[in-house]
Design a protein around this ligand. Structure first.
Ligand code: FAD
Ligand code: SF4
Ligand code: SF4
Length: 495
């Protein structure tokens, strides 16, 4: 796998309370065990628990309850987060280390059991476990800092024991009913962005390996839900096989069924602001692609692993021969780094799409508000024109557009022109940081708050999570029905 330096992202991996604070048990046993060896006996219960959970749920324990796992996850901020060397994940390493570890452990265990019945037997047994715990803390902790947090887990003998136990559960046909695996609701909805792989503590590649029932069957998956929480399409969840089948059946493909591969040539490129550049793609194969305003397209940024980035189509579809997107530079961004440095006029690029129905206009809507901040303005470039030209039922259309500074405003003249040309269209740019501007100052949400009662309005929003969350609350307060609020965001949020 070709991996650039920053391919793997440091995403938060702490979800449940147990996962957040489980590391305290590691410290208690490994360090406290030096003074009170019986503390090490806790490990015997942990081993029993992980073998039992392994039978039903594979490596679920590792991703959710393991005290060492919790410790390693908490090391993430100071970890180099580098690529896991492939020899550490090889069968030879995993089996070899398991035999080596178990041989030594059992040898020491036999020595301890020679003291059976003596007053200090439990102390000796506890010390064996506590010392083992301390060794993992030191070796695993150092590897976590200098390579990546979950490096020990690649060959951890306890992980191997879970896998053996899981194999038994699988052979007996039990784990199939109980194991919850990473599941995608519909392959058509995947952005192929690879984020699930970039945030995965095991650096697995779920997006390339979904089975016929849309599940990720890799035995090493620790079911930690990091990919689920970070998927920008919001299409991942942990499900049993039965539920995965039901999910596949009930997931609507509206807006996603026409997804196709498109070969296109970059026919124009224009810097709109310091941060945002517009790219025009002319279709080559197929030569015509029909798309609707509010939809997005995937742009291929690399071949291995095959990765795309999602961009909203900003152009109004005149003749299905081309489309435009406006891309904002992201500091430290992997995909935008490639696009801004490598994409030139004349280049042939692979696209996939068109996709999305979240922002597709409702023809019955009479009163409409578009709310955007930052790069979230892009869908409304096409949608404003579309609603004015093709939606006769729409009688009032407001566009609230937030940016930090006046210089960041995108398509400002274009929206002003539409407002001059059509009395039913109003455009309100709002600037959050510009002290010198003659335009409105403040946040989009303040502009929204100042609006009168909005009962009966249909609302379309695109922008940052915080803006969407706050706007949603305000809209409900102003009488907008939940069903009349549609939104799209860089990361899927549930309002
Ligand atoms: C439906 C949809 C439509 C979209 N439309 C547009 C659009 O019209 N225009 C547009 O510009 N964008 C749009 N996006 C966003 C776009 O898809 C990309 O997410 C965006 O361009 C950033 O990609 P990237 O690979 O450069 O960033 P990434 O590398 O994925 O970085 C994303 C974030 O993670 C941070 N990060 C990166 N590496 C690390 C690390 N090692 N540790 C910690 N944090 C890190 C970055 O600083 C950044 O904040 C859209 C997204 C979706 C889902
Ligand atoms: S695939 Fe997802 S659930 Fe499995 S280990 Fe990776 S991030 Fe965790
Ligand atoms: S949308 Fe991205 S993160 Fe979600 S499954 Fe697809 S490739 Fe993974």
């Amino acid at each position: 796998m070709a991996t650039l330096k920053n391919y793997h992202i440091k995403a938060t991996r702490t979800f449940s309370l147990i996962r957040k604070f489980g590391w305290l048990i590691t410290v208690l046993v490994a360090i406290g065990g030096l003074w009170e060896p019986k503390l090490g006996l806790i490990v015997a219960f942990i081993m029993a628990a992980l073998i039992i959970t392994g039978f039903f749920s594979g490596r679920f324990w590792c991703g959710n309850y393991c005290p060492h796992g919790s410790l390693f996850d908490n090391i993430l901020p100071i970890s180099k987060n580098a690529k896991i060397p492939s020899f550490l994940t090889s069968k030879l390493m995993i089996v070899g280390f398991f035999i080596f570890f178990m041989f030594n452990f059992m040898r020491r265990m036999l020595n301890v059991f020679q003291n059976w019945g003596r007053y200090d037997f439990l102390d000796r047994l506890g010390l064996l476990f506590a010392n083992t715990y301390l060794m993992v803390l030191i070796v695993g902790g150092l590897l976590a800092v200098f390579i990546t947090p979950r490096i020990w887990c690649q060959f951890c003998p306890m992980g191997s024991m879970q896998k053996l136990s899981h194999k038994l559960g699988k052979t007996l046909g039990i784990s199939e009913k109980t194991e919850r695996k990473v599941t995608i609701s519909a392959l058509e909805k995947c952005h192929s962005c690879g984020k699930c792989s970039r945030v995965c503590p095991f650096q697995l590649e779920p997006f390339l390996e979904f089975s016929a029932v849309n599940q990720f069957n890799n035995v090493n998956c620790i079911k930690c839900s990091t990919c689920v929480a970070n998927c920008p399409a919001g299409v991942l969840s942990l499900e049993t096989k039965n539920n995965a089948l039901k999910l596949k059946e009930k997931t609507s493909l509206e807006g996603y069924a026409d997804r196709k591969k498109i070969t296109a040539r970059i026919s124009a490129k224009k810097e709109l602001t310091e941060e945002a550049t517009e790219y025009v793609f002319s279709f080559e194969s197929p030569q015509e692609v029909s798309y609707r305003s509010g939809q997005f397209v995937l742009v291929k940024i690399q071949a291995k692993p095959k990765s795309f980035r999602a961009y909203t189509i900003s152009s109004y579809n005149e003749d299905s021969k081309q489309l435009s997107i406006v891309i904002k530079k992201v500091s430290g961004g992997y995909g935008t780094g490639k696009i801004f440095s490598e994409f030139k006029i004349g280049d042939v690029v692979e696209l996939e799409g068109p996709l999305g129905n979240e922002l597709v206009l409702d023809p019955s809507a009479e009163k409409i508000i578009f709310i955007a901040n930052g790069i979230g303005i892009t869908p409304f470039i096409a949608m404003s024109k579309d609603v004015l030209l093709n939606y006769p039922n729409a009688k009032i259309i407001h566009l609230l557009a937030g940016q930090k500074y006046e210089k960041d405003l995108l398509y400002h003249d274009y929206f002003n022109q539409l407002a001059e040309q059509y009395a039913k269209f109003s455009y309100t740019p709002i600037l959050s940081r510009d002290e010198t501007t003659s335009l409105k100052k403040g946040r989009v949400t303040a502009g929204l708050r100042n609006m009168p009662d909005l009962k009966g309005y249909k609302v379309y929003m695109c922008g940052t999570k915080n803006m969407l969350r706050e706007s949603y609350k305000i809209l409900l307060e102003k009488g907008v029905e939940k069903a009349d609020i549609s939104y799209e965001s860089e990361s899927k949020i549930v309002l």
